[in-house]
Design a binder for this molecule. Sequence first.
Ligand code: PLP
Length: 447
Amino acid sequence: MTSPHPPSVSRVLETERGRALVAEHGHEPAANAIRAAIAAVRINGGPSEADIIAETAAAQLSADELSPLRPLWNCTGTILHTNLGRAILSDNAIAAASAAMKRPVALEYDLGTGTRGRRDDAVSGLIEELTGAEASLLVNNNAAALMLVLATFARGGEVIVSRGELIEIGGAFRLPDIMEAAGVTLREIGTTNRTHLRDYEAAIGPETRLILKVHTSNYRVEGFTAEVTAPELSQLAAKHGLPLVNDLGSGVLADIAGFGLPKEPTVAEAVAEGADIITFSGDKLLGGPQAGFAIGRADLIAKMNTHPMKRAMRLDKIRLAALEATLRDFRRGIAGPTWAAISRDLTELQEAGARMAGQLGVELVESTSQVGSGAAPTATLPSVALALAPQNGRSIDTLAEHLRRGQEPVIGRIRDGRLLLDLRVISPNDEADFCAALSRQLSEFSA
Ligand SMILES: *Cc1c(COP(=O)(O)O)cnc(C)c1O
């Protein structure tokens, strides 16, 4: 029934449902939601009984309570998805981070002497041991590490970079922009596909502050190509008294080539090749929280540590604790969720997929996953996906949106009119919870 006169806000607040809303959400939020529901009835029409208005307000308040940062299911096929927060932490890293959140820790305090200690020490010792670097420091992310390198050593001067390595990582990370923001003049050399040692040599002048090598982490230049290797660049840089900086991007500590992926340079290899400073991320193949490492020559790292920008970019105790645990796991040979997903056995994955497809009554199809976040950009890993078809004459986009907006969002990709949910990153431990969440959301959709 439609009434031309919707009730007043206070009338709705007096209903039983209205009082319950006040008890649950507080007076102001409840009254505001009711006001909005009344306004919507005035504009759009529809039932205007106080109980129904209170119901609409309740639905809106519940929807508002859903955090945009609520956990979701990544079925995109991309293991390290930057837009979905990259690496999932290991149980040990989560435990270490929560312990550090609950109580004080010796963040800049030496427990042996009772005097001031150094913030990055817990992680520095481990990363130096694992990579063979002389010294290291930690900042907010790899972009910050690079920024700090440039600000410390190259401000007001020139940095030499090959044209073939002038990367854009996505978002606002474009190498030329970072250079400009750091007050550095970019000296591009060579061509997109070929850069030679003589190009570097010819570009070195009185304004040169450092040579930067950038790992082309999210694309490959193929065909008629030439790039100068790090050992050659290291020799050249040393001859001219310049630091060689290698921006590796994904900080891979172990060889990934064993898992059907092409070789990515490991951090230890980059150290052995003679770069003076190497930068990489904590939340890509390292599998930890967002962080940026700068490792290398002790005198250079010490200089970066005293730059005022370091203070503005430093890590908090929570992330340091998680990183330390991630590296300890790594040292003991324990694979975290990122490596578990990369190295997942295809037969086991197919069996898990068949089980889930059977339980949910949907089709299972072949799929391909990728590492993501600028590691092995051209490589794919064979995988399986649940294939959801449109139902009740509704479009596949409507279904995809319904699953995205759910209490536990499920994010897939649309291919040939179907929604594919890649299962590689749904760990065996999460299988039951994932199926329950998906099944609930699918029945809501068909209801
Ligand atoms: C990913 C990447 C970056 C940026 O790292 P963040 O940790 O996201 O700041 C920089 N350089 C390279 C080569 C990368 O692959």
